[in-house]
Design a protein around this ligand. Structure first.
Ligand code: AMP
Length: 217
């Protein structure tokens, strides 16, 4: 089973991926997480990606396609959920071509739909732990001690691309470059449109309703 998870920034892709992985045992590959790890490690790839990420633009297709092809190659046969990739039609075509070479395809596409005010509220209030990656929210998911991670006490940080200005750019980029990917998949794949404006539990129940029919739990 190979699933692509699409949605604007702040749609809850990362949150839903964790739940999907826990329920179906799929391998989670997030292009944003891989890029952040590359940056933290100071690699050449991380340095190349830095300015694009900080301004809310997309990292060029050739860099991303190469990075994700290598990550996908390392995944077991069991199954895969792709989060944040593909984000352009060129990336989607490259992914289809590389899967087809091995007789594989994308089995389902989940499209999380969310309204802009919800995106701003979620992203500008998001805080995360630099050590364990746990995610919090200043209003909706507060840590037990203000500003500190419940797991390891580390000081929580705000992602540099979660400022209002950069979120505005990320939404523009999404509309221009990533929305067409939904239409691309609608031509040849099963696409499930999911209302992702409500809380994470509710969205997960909608996701599971669709995926239970496809994946054996
Ligand atoms: P995310 O964590 O998925 O919101 O990604 C954070 C940033 O990483 C994005 O704003 C882009 O700059 C970059 N990025 C992540 N995935 C991709 C992709 N598939 N194509 C191009 N840039 C990406």
């Amino acid at each position: 089973m190979r699933i692509v998870l699409l949605g604007a920034p702040g749609a809850g892709k990362g949150t839903q991926c964790k739940r999907i992985v826990a329920r179906y045992g799929l391998m989670h590959l997030s292009s944003g997480d891989i890029l952040r790890q590359e940056r933290a490690a100071g690699t050449e790839l991380g340095q190349k990606a830095q300015n694009y990420m900080d301004s809310g633009a997309l990292v060029p297709d050739d860099i991303i396609v190469k990075m994700m092809a290598s990550a996908i190659k390392k995944t077991p046969e069991a199954g895969l959920i792709l989060d944040g990739f593909p984000r352009t039609v060129n990336q989607a075509v490259a992914l289809d071509e590389s899967l087809a070479c091995n007789g594989r395809r994308i089995d389902a596409v989940l499209n999380l739909r969310v309204d802009d005010p919800v995106v701003f509220e979620r992203l500008t209030g998001r805080r995360s732990c630099p050590q364990c990656g746990a995610v919090y929210h200043v209003k909706n998911l507060k840590p037990k001690v203000d500003g500190r991670c419940d797991n390891d006490g580390a000081e929580l940080i705000q992602r540099s691309d979660d400022s209002r200005e950069v979120v505005t750019n990320r939404l523009k980029t999404y509309r221009l470059q990533t929305k067409p990917v939904v239409d691309y998949y609608k031509k040849n794949n099963t696409v499930y449109d999911i209302d992702a404006n409500e809380d994470a539990d509710h969205v997960a129940s909608l996701v599971f309703e669709n995926l239970d029919a496809l994946v054996s739990v």
